[in-house]
Ligand binder design. Structure first.
Ligand code: SF4
Length: 322
């Protein structure tokens, strides 16, 4: 039997700043802007040295208001960290909220792919985002359009389990399908179960799992086949993960040692994932932050680095030692 392939990206998350001018109700990551210490370049270098096996560097940042005098410094930090990731032979993937056209165009010279969660549409999201101006639907849609116009391979996703209904889910997925029809840049859609944060993980109940499986199947039906469907493996009970794969998930995303957003939810080891998948007829294959189908979109210098990183990845994981 040919084994089906599930992809993942060995990743290191760097947080340029936890300061954020939004205040989403569900967020436990955010710090008030004045209380957040920015990530120093020397600390980023140290983190990169400690994780040589991480090929992707996810730059996950809180947001600074577009009109704030602090915006320029914040954006310069994103550029510097992206350049540092490239210098260390890795691939940066920035997810730092909505960007102006000029900001996105500058960052995409250093980032082979970037991302922004779409989150979802409907009253439940409006309520959760009432203190988060950059989560307004027109702002998010405009960002996804802008990334498409620029030809930037892009990751987006839905945050699920916030009280949204089936009509909301369907509408969100239809909007993403329309965007993909126009631009073709959505390389993956994350279907992320919202989990309460705290000191202890609260695993998905069987009822929650069953509902999520239906969302995955709906996404697979509504989104074009080239769009990879992703879920974070630490947010599923490991023994239930094969059901999510059977429903349509084909990518496990960037996996770091810790989950910065959901620290109480430990990441499964690669060895555990490989063994589980193998026992269900799947194989786990590493990938770069940009899926191969989109390599042709990259400027020459970035494409060369992506190809070099991919060669190292395939060699490293062909005979994994852990
Ligand atoms: S935009 Fe992101 S970091 Fe800011 S409050 Fe919302 S979820 Fe948290």
């Amino acid at each position: 039997m040919t084994s089906r392939v599930i992809t993942w990206s060995p990743s290191l998350t760097l947080v340029p700043s936890q300061g954020c001018f939004n205040a989403c109700d569900y967020c436990s990551f955010r710090r008030p802007l004045e209380a957040a210490a920015p990530l120093e370049l020397s600390d980023a270098r140290r983190a990169l040295e400690q994780r040589p096996e991480a090929s992707e560097v996810l730059l996950l940042s809180g947001e600074v208001h577009p009109a704030s005098p602090e915006r320029q410094v914040w954006f310069a930090r994103l550029l510097n960290l992206s350049a540092e990731a490239l210098r260390s032979g890795r691939l940066p993937h920035t997810n730092a909220g909505p960007l102006s056209l000029r900001e996105m165009a500058r960052l995409m010279r250093l980032n082979p792919s970037m991302g922004l969660m779409f989150e979802g549409v409907g009253a439940a999201y409006d309520q959760q985002h009432r203190h988060a101006p950059s989560k307004a639907l027109p702002v998010r849609l405009a960002q996804l359009e802008q990334a498409g116009r620029l030809g930037l391979p892009f990751t987006t996703g839905l945050l699920l389990g916030l009280g949204e209904g089936w009509d909301d889910r369907r509408r969100s997925l239809e909007l993403l399908a329309q965007l993909q029809g126009r631009w073709g840049h959505l390389q993956e859609v994350i279907l992320q179960p919202w989990r309460p944060d705290g000191h202890q993980a609260l695993p998905l109940s069987p009822a929650e799992q069953a509902e999520l499986l239906e969302v995955i199947a709906l996404a697979r039906r509504l989104l074009p086949a080239e769009v990879h469907l992703q879920t974070p493996p630490n947010l599923w009970p490991l023994d239930a993960l094969p059901q999510a794969l059977a429903a349509g998930i084909d990518d496990l995303g960037g996996i770091d040692i810790h989950d910065v957003i959901n620290p109480a939810y430990p990441q499964p080891s690669t060895a555990a994932l490989m063994a589980l998948l193998a026992s269900h007829g799947w194989s786990l294959r590493p990938r770069t932050c940009v899926h191969q189908q989109w390599w042709g979109w990259l400027p020459k210098s970035l494409r060369s680095q992506v190809e070099a990183v991919d060669r190292r990845l395939q060699l490293r994981w062909a005979a994994p030692s852990c």
